[in-house]
Design a binder for this molecule. Structure first.
Ligand code: ATP
Ligand code: MG
Length: 154
């Protein structure tokens, strides 16, 4: 596990970029990243930063009310060459308002995780623990005393 401090959103951008480098591979299923952390820890901010690195032009807003948002990833070009890797879609889920795994199933979760072209970020994974594939990435973000953010990446 790696612990990194982020003093501001620019530093989170850097953490997101490095993390992206670690997870680009050729999986058989969707790549799922569970984002843990209290309200306002910076889970959405991290996902926004990642989306930016993947070339998404539209703003990646918090999916708290819509639960799930899907972004088509542009083909890599220029300096972003290779950044998209094997992924075609970024799927951002906020499970805050979900009661359990059943709510997620109703959103088409089985198809989402079966597709290796999906990169899935899920906030509040604690609400749907059994839905997470055995192999998934975990990031825990917490506030520090100084008002910074601490990232633990597993
Ligand atoms: N590294 C950081 N340093 C300072 N402020 C940050 C950092 N990351 C995020 N913030 C700020 O914290 C606030 C909340 O961030 P964000 O919406 O990403 O949290 P969240 O974990 O998604 O919260 P929620 O559980 O409500 O969805 C935002 O105003 C954001 O700009
Ligand atoms: Mg959020």
């Amino acid at each position: 596990m790696k612990k990194i401090i982020s003093k501001n959103t620019e530093e989170t951008e850097k953490i997101a970029k490095d993390f992206l480098g670690q997870i680009l591979s050729f999986p058989k299923q969707a790549t799922v990243v569970a984002l843990y952390g209290n309200l306002g820890a910076g889970k959405t901010t991290f996902t926004q930063s990642l989306g930016k690195h993947l070339g998404i032009k539209r703003k990646v807003n918090s999916p708290t009310f819509v639960i799930m948002k899907s972004y088509f990833l542009p083909l890599p070009r220029g300096s972003a060459q290779g950044a998209r890797g094997c992924f075609k879609n970024l799927i951002h889920i906020d499970a805050y308002r979900l009661k359990n795994e059943k709510d997620l199933e109703n959103l088409g979760w089985a198809e989402i995780i079966a597709n290796p072209e999906n990169l899935v970020f899920i906030e509040w994974p604690e609400n749907v623990p059994k839905a997470l594939p055995k192999k998934h990435h975990k990031i825990k973000i917490s506030h520090t005393k100084e008002g910074h953010r601490s990232f633990e990446i597993k």
